[in-house]
Unconditional design. Structure first.
Length: 167
């Protein structure tokens, strides 16, 4: 079963984020707290939405998909960005990942979103194969850019005053 997350799912979402970070060999980078997730997902201005996959056999939480809308200047339309997709190892192969992605595709269709995009680590061959089996195309010509920590602070310090008022 796929359903929208509720505030009561925060502990499980937090645990799965940590599990995903460990799988991606970056456990030390997963610093989000349950309180931060509560505010970000269920606060006054939610930053993202989450779908939960429940295992039909056990009723336990099998996985999650955290997503948010994005906008394409090229198409002039909104799209969907999948930030995280995770299915717990002991529940893999039962269709939870495919069901989560199908539910997100349906959200795209219902909202007129033309694009559904996400990133995948280049070494994660099982995920790449899975995504390609669904018809996803890997855009190898695009590279993710990230500013964080010191470089982000240094660049922000060089911003003109007017940029600080933009939101």
């Amino acid at each position: 079963m796929i359903r929208a997350a509720t505030v009561n799912d925060i502990p499980e979402i937090h645990a799965m984020i940590r599990e995903l970070a460990a799988y991606e060999k970056a456990a030390e980078q997963a610093r989000a707290t349950e309180e931060q997730l509560r505010r970000a997902l269920f606060g006054e201005h939610p930053a993202a939405s989450v779908l939960i996959a429940e295992d039909d056999g056990t009723g336990g939480t099998a996985g999650f998909a955290l997503w948010f809308p994005r906008f394409s200047t090229w198409t002039g339309t909104r799209g969907l960005h999948l930030e995280d997709l995770y299915v717990r190892p002991h529940t893999r192969g039962r269709g939870h990942g495919k069901a989560l992605l199908a539910a997100l595709a349906a959200i795209c269709r219902e909202n007129g979103f033309e694009r559904f995009e996400w990133t995948v680590l280049d070494w994660n061959e099982p995920a790449i194969g899975f995504y390609e089996s669904l018809g996803a195309r890997l855009l190898t010509e695009w590279r993710v850019c990230r500013l964080a920590g010191g470089p982000l602070e240094e660049l922000a310090a060089r911003a003109p005053a007017v940029a600080h008022r933009a939101r």
